[in-house]
Design a protein around this ligand. Structure first.
Ligand code: DHB
Length: 393
């Protein structure tokens, strides 16, 4: 078959791109090696910036985020055993939405099904190529065993941090920028009441912890661990001991405890591959760049990429042809590096590096103090965390 746009990946980036293109009459085919159920049940971050939330509603994906999501007008930075609230509304007149990425995915997958989009989940033996021609291809075996070939005008790699599409750019034509971190996150769900009304990002000599939420009775939490840590080594009792140790302080704050439901070690790094476009191939979302999770930029950045890309592809499929593709990277990359910086900055400011000295820890507290105690610092964090206004330079 043929399609104007073939999209490798049916996570939020790939599906939102297909949705945006579908609205202007451009039909795409998405494939994903994961089943719909696998994607739906893989926990990811839960913070959506206001513009991205509004886009889900305004482009007709769904308004469920307004009903099932929760508006968060601020965030808590905790260090030295004390909480410091940063009020986003006061400083930048914006909020974020707590709405799990899995729900964003469900809304997008439902919208594609409702609108008659073609999405193949659970494919195998994917092959992609011919991206320096005007007819790139995507071949795959669908879940029912049938082999398919899609010839397209444009091939989009929205296939996540283990992208195969990014390898279509020859080594001599690409640069990969990355940074590893000497720690990881131990993530878990717990059946417990909320410990605080908003998210709590905690710095302590015992490491970082983040208290996030899912519902009134289920909470999402993370604490800093060794990248080689095994989840089996952590009983509920040991997890809570660690969490309470990290958040403890003179204000008496504690985590509300409950049974621990799911445990995973999340390794992370910072990564960017440039260029984001090569011939008729375009990379979007994690395929082009990944960020450490601190600050929840990953999904928001991916959604920004595909907003730019949808406009560019609309022009390219229309009268302008391939020359329109030149506008993709300039439109997307600035935010990529801003988000790289913010995610890196939050990560280094809040985690205790292995072997950190007392000087290092106190310097971090000085940095945190500069953020929470000055209007400029609070405004800076609020602006970065809620997403940047797209028209500002
Ligand atoms: C969540 C994850 C993050 O990485 C973050 O910065 C905020 C929230 C979450 O899972 O809810």
């Amino acid at each position: 078959t043929t399609a104007p746009v073939a999209i490798v990946g049916a996570g939020p980036a790939g599906l939102m791109l297909a949705h945006r293109l579908g609205r202007v009459g451009i039909e795409c085919v998405n494939i994903d090696i994961r089943t719909r159920e696998e994607i739906e049940t893989t926990h990811r971050a839960g913070i959506i910036e206001a513009v991205a939330a509004q886009d889900l509603v305004d482009t007709g994906v769904s308004d469920r985020i307004l009903r099932d999501g929760h508006e968060h007008p601020g965030v808590d930075l905790r260090f030295g055993g004390q909480s410091h609230r940063i009020d986003f509304q006061e400083h930048v007149g914006a909020s974020v939405w707590l709405y799990p990425q899995t729900d964003v995915f469900i809304d997008l997958a439902d919208a594609r099904a409702r609108d008659g989009g073609t999405v193949h989940f659970g494919v195998t033996d994917t092959e992609v190529g011919d991206v320096i021609t005007e007819q790139p291809y995507m071949r795959f075996t669908a879940a029912d065993g049938a082999r398919h070939e899609v010839r397209a005008q444009f091939l989009v790699g929205a296939d996540g941090s283990r992208s195969v599409c990014r390898d279509l750019v020859p080594e001599g034509e690409r640069t990969q920028y990355f940074r590893e971190y000497p720690f990881a996150w131990f993530g878990f769900m717990t059946q417990a009441p909320q410990s605080a009304p908003e998210l709590v990002y905690t710095h302590s000599p015992h490491g970082f912890a983040l208290l996030s939420q899912r519902t009134d009775t289920v909470q999402r939490m993370y604490f800093q661990c060794d990248p080689e840590e095994s989840v089996d080594a952590w009983s509920d009792e040991r997890i809570w001991e660690k969490m309470q140790q990290i958040v403890a302080g003179p204000d008496g704050f504690t985590c509300q405890e409950g049974p621990v439901l799911e445990k995973t070690v999340l390794r992370f790094r910072s990564f960017v591959q440039q260029p984001m476009r090569y011939g008729t191939l375009l990379l979007a979302g994690d395929a082009a760049h990944t960020v450490p999770p601190t600050g929840a930029r990953g999904l928001n950045l991916a959604l920004h990429d595909v907003k730019v890309l949808a406009g560019v592809l609309q022009r390219a499929v229309g009268s302008e042809g391939e020359s329109a593709l030149a506008d993709y990277e300039p439109g997307a990359l600035e935010r990529v590096w801003r988000a790289q910086n913010f995610s890196y900055w939050m990560t280094q400011m809040l985690h205790a590096a292995p072997g950190a000295s007392d000087f290092d820890l106190r310097r971090q507290m000085g940095e945190l103090d500069n953020v929470v105690a000055t209007r400029a610092g609070r405004t800076y964090l609020a602006e970065q965390y809620t997403g940047w206004p797209s028209d500002e330079r």
